[in-house]
Design a binder for this molecule. Structure first.
Ligand code: NAD
Ligand code: MG
Length: 381
C-alpha cells in the first residue's frame, strides 16, 4: 500500500485525487490531508478517508477542532509550518501537492528534502522556483511526476525515449472561453464569464489563468524545468477540443501525442501508478463524437499574458517568480471585482518592468521577489 500525503485536499485536484484513491483501496491510502479555508470540508474528508493526520493551514478555532478531530482518531496539525512538518515526516511515500499558488513552494521543498516522490499539480512552485526545486530534487533523489494534464501527456510520450532525440514539445491549449474574442471585449468581461471554461471544471484561479492564457504561459515555464530542454524547444498550439493533451516531436519528424477525454483523474492516477497503469472505469473517448479536432497559432498580442511568460522565462533569475506572484495578486483582485479582466496583463507587465531581478536564484530571493510583486500589484489597485 502506497501512503499519500495530499495537500490541498479540498480543492478541485484534491477531490479528484480522493476519488482515485477511493477506487484503489488496496493500493493507496492517506497518511495526511490538508486544507486552507474550509475546515468543515477537511473534517468531513478526515471522517471518510481516515488519514493519520489532517493539517489546516488557515485560521480557525484550533482548540475546538483539535477536540473534534480527536473524537475520530485523526491527529490535527495547524498553523505556520504545519505543512512543512507533515511533509518532513516518514509516514508517507508520495506527496500530491494540489495547493494553488506559490504557497505550495515551501512544503514541496520540505518533501523533496525528505527524498519523497512528488506528484505535482502545483505548477506555481516550478514557475516561481524551478531551478531551486529541480536542483533539490536531483540532489535528494526525489522524483517529480507531473499531474498537470499537458505535462503528464509529455511525460507519457517520453517514456522509453531519449531526450537527445526530442526536437520540441508541443503544449496544447484550449484557448479558454474568449478564444475568438477581440481585445476590446476584455474590458467588460465579468467574473462569471471568465469562470465559465468550455472544457475543464477547475479551481477559480486556474480557470481565470486559462481565460487569459497565463495558464499556458505558466505551463511553458513548468515544462522548461521539468524536461530540461531549451526555451525554443517548447511551443504552444491552440486546440479547442482539449482531446490531445500535448505532443512531443522527435528529430526524425515523428510526433507522439497523448489523447483522451479531459478528465484530471487520468493524469492523477498515472502520477500515482507510474511507471505502471491500473485498469479503471473512467469514461472512454469515442472518436466518432470528436471527429473535428482543430489547431490554431496562439495570438500572443491579444493574449499578452502568454508572451509575458515567455519573456520572463527568457529573462530568467527571479522574473518568473515576479510574473507568478503578480499574476496571483491580479487574478484574486479580478475575482474580488477590484480590477477589470483587461488589467491583469497590464499589472503583471508593470511589476516585471519595475522589478530588480536577482540573477542568483536562492529561496530568499524568490520569496522576497514574490512578496515585492504582491505588494506592488496590491498597491496599484
Ligand atoms: P482549488 O482552488 O480548487 O484548490 C486549492 C487547494 O489549495 C484547496 O484545498 C485550498 O484549501 C488549498 N490552498 C489554497 N490556498 C492555500 C494556501 N495559501 N496554503 C495552503 N493551501 C492552500 O485549486 P485547483 O484547481 O485544485 O488547483 C490546484 C493546483 O493544481 C494549482 O496549482 C493548479 O494550477 C493546478 N492544476 C489544476 C488543475 C485542475 O483541473 N483544477 C489542472 C492542472 C493543474
Ligand atoms: Mg494544464
Amino acid at each position: 500500500m502506497r501512503k499519500i500525503c495530499l495537500f490541498g485536499a479540498t480543492g478541485s485536484i484534491g477531490k479528484s485525487c480522493v476519488d482515485i484513491v477511493s477506487q484503489f483501496p488496496q493500493q493507496f491510502g492517506f497518511a495526511t490531508i490538508s486544507a486552507h479555508s474550509n475546515i468543515d470540508a477537511l473534517f468531513e474528508l478526515a471522517q471518510s478517508q481516515r488519514p493519520q493526520t489532517a493539517v489546516f493551514s488557515g485560521d480557525a478555532d484550533f482548540n475546538a477542532w483539535e477536540r473534534k478531530f480527536r473524537t475520530i482518531g485523526v491527529e490535527f496539525l495547524h498553523g505556520t509550518g504545519a505543512l512543512e512538518e507533515a511533509a518532513a515526516r516518514d509516514d508517507y511515500d508520495v506527496l500530491v501537492n494540489a495547493i494553488v499558488g506559490a504557497a505550495g513552494l515551501k512544503s514541496t521543498l520540505a518533501a523533496i528534502k525528505n527524498s519523497k516522490t512528488i506528484a505535482l499539480a502545483n505548477k506555481e512552485t516550478l514557475v516561481a522556483a524551478g531551478e531551486l526545486v529541480m536542483g533539490a530534487a536531483k540532489e535528494n533523489d526525489a522524483p517529480i511526476i507531473p499531474i498537470d494534464s499537458e505535462h503528464s501527456a509529455l511525460w507519457q510520450c517520453l517514456v522509453g525515449e531519449n531526450m537527445e532525440e526530442v526536437e520540441r514539445l508541443i503544449l496544447t491549449a484550449s484557448g479558454g472561453p474568449f478564444r475568438e474574442k477581440p481585445k476590446s471585449f476584455f474590458r467588460d468581461v465579468t467574473v462569471e464569464q471568465a469562470l465559465n471554461h468550455p472544457n475543464w471544471d477547475m479551481g477559480a484561479k486556474i480557470t481565470i489563468d486559462s481565460a487569459t492564457l497565463m495558464n499556458k504561459g505558466l505551463e511553458v515555464i513548468e515544462a522548461y524545468w521539468l524536461f530540461g530542454l531549451k526555451l525554443d524547444q517548447i511551443s504552444v498550439v491552440i486546440h479547442p477540443q482539449s482531446i490531445i493533451h500535448s505532443m512531443v516531436e522527435f528529430v526524425d519528424s515523428s510526433i507522439k501525442a497523448q489523447i483522451g477525454l479531459p478528465d484530471m483523474r487520468v493524469p492523477i492516477q498515472y502520477a500515482l501508478t507510474y511507471p505502471q497503469r491500473l485498469p479503471n472505469n473512467l469514461p472512454r473517448l469515442n472518436f466518432a463524437e470528436f471527429n473535428n479536432l482543430t489547431f490554431f497559432e496562439p495570438d500572443t498580442v491579444t493574449f499578452r499574458c502568454l508572451q509575458l511568460a515567455f519573456d520572463a522565462l527568457a529573462e530568467g533569475g527571479t522574473s518568473p517568480a515576479v510574473l507568478n506572484a503578480a499574476n496571483e495578486e491580479a487574478v484574486w483582485a479580478f475575482l474580488n471585482k477590484k480590477i477589470g479582466f483587461d488589467q491583469i496583463p497590464l499589472l503583471i507587465e508593470d511589476a516585471l518592468e519595475n522589478h530588480s531581478n536577482h540573477r542568483t536564484v536562492t529561496l530568499e530571493n524568490v520569496l522576497s521577489s514574490d512578496a515585492w510583486a504582491r505588494k506592488f500589484v496590491s498597491e496599484k489597485q
